[in-house]
Ligand binder design. Structure first.
Ligand code: UT7
Length: 325
């Protein structure tokens, strides 16, 4: 049976030039390179310049993905930006990127699922493409978390970084089997009871301020490993696959210990895991497409391989997607 699949035809990313090491942070807050590396695996992060809002960081990743796809930007009729750090409360960052790319057809909008944002955006784009509502989609994860960090709170400011990644997806006929190239499954979940575990303490509709990120790290950690394993197990049940079938596991990059524990629970060997958290820190919605772009560019992820992505973030939100690259 012929069905439409959302095929990845291009992938790209952008990291701001400025690198902040753990040693530099240790000069500002009571922390150490040793603590940060041991607890998180993070060694450095990129921080956007003052004149680099999220739309610019996202635009640069989008341009790289479009160049990789080798298509004309005007072929794109759907742009979804996953971000929790939009330039403005409105308009959507996606519409600003749309204009900067010279696209004036189709639809552009943002999705807000914090660190799970890219998986949510991918799942949304997949629905548009596989129902024939769009033909080519640009899905971007772009963040400037440095702007919502309390730089005096050592428990959070050492964890995050800025950056963006993007994929271009095209609706292509497939056979409806696991051998098809494209997005094979997506699962997204949320549970708003955990709002207070990870949130920003401001907003246009409440305090009229932007606010700062607040997190109960230990609680988030505990839920992350369980929720992530659960969503992927559902994927395995649906497809009959197991961890041994996954060519590349590209998890959200929050903490090396979460990544390792999840891979172990799923039976995925560590040499099949793409890790960038050491160099990027946690870039929220940008972390998965940044990691995809790196492993795509250096030739690890090859056409036809099975790629599993998953993420968990504030809300709580979490989800996964299985892609034949
Ligand atoms: O992307 C969205 C999802 N987010 C996550 O997945 C983050 C999940 N959570 C985590 O990654 C970890 O919980 C953290 C890395 C945030 C914290 O690691 P932890 O092993 O859970 O440490 P902790 O919060 O229990 O803190 C242990 C100690 C505390 O001191 P006491 O109470 O034992 O004396 C903290 O005050 O470490 C202290 N501490 C620090 N020490 C040095 C907290 N932050 C720092 C720091 N430097 N930066």
């Amino acid at each position: 049976m012929s069905i439409l699949r959302s095929q990845v035809v291009g992938c790209g990313s952008y990291l701001p030039a400025r690198i902040v090491t753990n040693a530099e942070l240790a000069q500002k807050v009571d922390t150490s390179d040793e603590w940060i590396v041991q607890r998180t695996g993070i060694r450095q992060r990129h921080i956007a310049a003052d004149d680099e809002p999220t739309s610019i960081v996202g635009l640069k990743a989008a341009q790289a993905a479009i160049a990789d796809a080798g298509i004309d930007p005007t072929e794109i009729d759907l742009i979804i930006v996953a971000t929790a750090t939009p330039d403005h409360t409105f308009p959507a960052t996606a519409t600003q990127i749309q204009a900067a790319l010279g696209i004036n057809g189709g639809a552009a909008f943002d999705v807000q699922a914090v660190c799970s944002g890219f998986v949510y955006a991918l799942a949304t784009a997949d629905k548009f493409l596989t129902t024939g509502s769009a033909r080519a989609a640009l899905v971007i994860g772009a963040e400037t978390f440095s702007r919502i960090l309390d730089w005096e709170d050592r428990a959070t400011c050492v964890l995050f970084g800025d950056g963006a990644g993007a994929v271009v997806l095209k609706a292509v006929p497939g056979q409806g089997t696991l051998a098809d190239r494209g997005i094979l499954t997506t699962h997204i979940r949320s549970d708003g009871r955990y709002k207070d575990k990870l949130y920003v303490d401001g907003g246009a509709g409440s305090t009229k301020t932007v606010g700062f990120l607040r997190m109960e790290g230990k609680e988030v950690f505990r839920h992350a490993v369980n929720n992530l394993a659960e969503t992927v197990r559902y994927t395995f049940e649906q497809t009959g696959l197991s961890g041994a079938d996954i060519d590349w596991f590209v998890p959200h990059q929050a903490n090396r210990r979460i990544i390792d524990a999840t891979a172990d629970k799923l039976g995925i060997s560590h040499d099949r895991v793409v890790v960038t958290v050491d160099r990027h820190g946690n870039t929220s919605a940008a972390s998965i497409p940044l990691a995809l772009a790196e492993a795509h560019a250096d030739g690890r992820i090859k056409r036809g391989q099975l790629v599993l992505v998953e993420a968990m973030g504030g809300g709580f939100t979490w989800g996964s997607a299985l892609i034949r690259w």
